[in-house]
Design a protein. Structure first.
Length: 124
């Protein structure tokens, strides 16, 4: 499922990149193309800020994982409680890692969109 979510993220971002590319290429007047490019730049900047903010969130989750592992070692409540905590922390670690990879994929495609928009604004 994780690889399918990565593939979905790549395909959806690629479709967005293609949509931006074709919409900027089909506009003949420079003013219209520049306005559309600026609007897409604003959208991409807001989306990139959100993706970068998620890294702060993932960093906090990683600190909580370490603290939970430390406390699980100190609290000796039995083998079953320790095993369930390890499983939960492992699942959270996998989800955090998958979220980080998806954020990197988003940032890659947003950088490509930003470069495309800047290129269309600069060139006539």
């Amino acid at each position: 499922m994780t690889f399918l979510s990565y593939a979905y993220r790549i395909v959806s971002n690629f479709v967005f990149l293609g949509l931006v590319y074709f919409s900027l290429n089909f506009l003949e007047k420079y003013e219209q193309r520049a306005i559309v490019a600026i609007l897409v730049l604003v959208y991409a900047a807001m989306h990139a800020a959100s993706a970068l903010r998620s890294f702060y969130f993932f960093q906090r989750i990683e600190r909580l994982e370490g603290e939970t592992r430390r406390l699980a070692g100190v609290a000796a409540e039995g083998p079953n409680a320790s095993a369930s905590r390890k499983q939960i922390v492992g699942e959270v670690t996998e989800l955090r890692h998958a979220g980080e990879i998806k954020a990197y994929i988003d940032l890659l495609f947003l950088a490509l969109v930003i470069l495309l928009c800047i290129a269309k604004i600069v060139t006539n």
